[in-house]
Design a binder for this molecule. Structure first.
Ligand SMILES: [Zn+2]
Length: 83
């Protein structure tokens, strides 16, 4: 089965102190395999039940927040070296 894969390449921000938000849309729901729900064949008298995970869309969006901060560990080491 095909799937959508994306990678995030981290690169420190030029001006520091940033929070980045990345949205990756359209990933196939793994709970319903992209079908959006279960059952629903009227010939069998089934009732369509929307997927509780993707709420019937068959797709999931990922929201990733990256918080950048100064590295305290390296800062302490550099301060010790200067003394
Ligand atoms: Zn689903």
């Amino acid at each position: 089965m095909s799937s959508k894969n994306q990678m995030i390449f981290l690169e420190a921000p030029l001006y520091g102190g940033l929070e980045e938000h990345i949205v990756s849309r359209g990933h196939t729901c793994r709970y319903c395999y992209g079908e959006g729900g279960f059952g629903g064949d009227p010939r069998l008298g089934e009732v369509w039940t929307p997927c509780p995970v993707c709420k019937g869309s068959g797709k999931m969006d990922a929201e990733v927040t990256i918080k950048w901060k100064a590295s305290e560990k390296v800062k302490e080491k550099k301060e010790r070296e200067r003394k």
